[in-house]
Design a protein around this ligand. Sequence first.
Ligand SMILES: NC(=O)C1=CN([C@@H]2O[C@H](COP(=O)(O)OP(=O)(O)OC[C@H]3O[C@@H](n4cnc5c(N)ncnc54)[C@H](O)[C@@H]3O)[C@@H](O)[C@H]2O)C=CC1
Ligand SMILES: O=C(CO)[C@H](O)[C@H](O)COP(=O)(O)O
Length: 299
Amino acid sequence: MELGVIGLGRMGQIVVDRVLADDHDVVAFDLDSEAVEAAASAGATPAESIEDLVSKLPERKRIWLMVPAGDAVDATLAELDPLLDAEDAVVDGGNSHFERSIDRGETLEAAYLDCGTSGGPAGAELGFSLMIGGPEWAYEDLAPVFDAVATGPAGHDHMGPQGAGHYVKMVHNGVEYALMQAYGEGFELLSEGRYDLDMESIARTWNNGAVIRSWLLELCEEAFREEGSDLGDVDDHVAGGSTGTWTVEEALEQEVSIPLIYEALGERFDSRVEGGKFSRRLANRLRYGFGRHEVKRRE
Ligand SMILES: NC(=O)C1=CN([C@@H]2O[C@H](COP(=O)(O)OP(=O)(O)OC[C@H]3O[C@@H](n4cnc5c(N)ncnc54)[C@H](O)[C@@H]3O)[C@@H](O)[C@H]2O)C=CC1
Ligand SMILES: O=C(CO)[C@H](O)[C@H](O)COP(=O)(O)O
């Protein structure tokens, strides 16, 4: 198959590499010419613009977008739309909001597949997990490409109609937040608790046969190995948060209780409050009010 890939950053370059390694052809475009050169060095045909990329693809064009979610997807689709027809298919492999994907699927003349992609840049060797929504014929048609980008045939599936792929990925990310929080709390107690413990050793031991072994726990092991048991100078500021916010918003709309994911999202927001969180500072002062407990003051 010949695949157009637009967006050649951390994730898009992996899509290119894996598709090429599986003996397909790639035409590659990015706003950043250095990214295009890197894809060309890997064996892709470089394109100078979206129009150029489309012109280099055969009939029944298949195009994978791996640009940042939001405006970049809309800008790309605005350029692609007049160049494509109903026999063509576009995959959005980024973290788009599922409702935007439903709208885009209705607007675009070509078939639109919303594809949640999990595995991150670290998944380059193993392949990704792909959660795909949209027209079934387009999913079936692109199956050889999905086989190549995913861990294999078991690493992707058709989740349902338009939006279902990005919906499942959104919930996946909510679970990711809660798991990160659970590991974080466990290691926090171990680190602050009554024994002098080696966190890397604990993570490694848990990763070998324990009920709670997982890839995230392997990443904990790697973090303790590289940063030390006390995480060295790693700050407690956690960025991101968009996909977790969408998950919580959706749970409220569906009246489904997801307290762990909500708490994990809140912890992330709290980590960014400059100068300490107001409610904690007030609690500190109130304990003086009712109990004459010492007020801890800033240095
Ligand atoms: N990095 C990660 O762990 C994961 C990222 N994703 C999603 O994949 C998508 C891409 O993420 P990354 O590769 O990490 O981002 P990145 O920032 O590394 O790469 C984005 C690339 O898109 C290019 N680009 C931006 N606007 C463009 C446009 N209008 N036309 C052509 N090229 C354009 C940029 O020049 C850049 O090379 C995002 O939606 C992200 O949320 C999904 C799963 C994991
Ligand atoms: O999708 C991912 C992992 O599964 C990406 O790492 C994504 O960038 C996470 O974003 P955020 O932390 O803002 O939700």
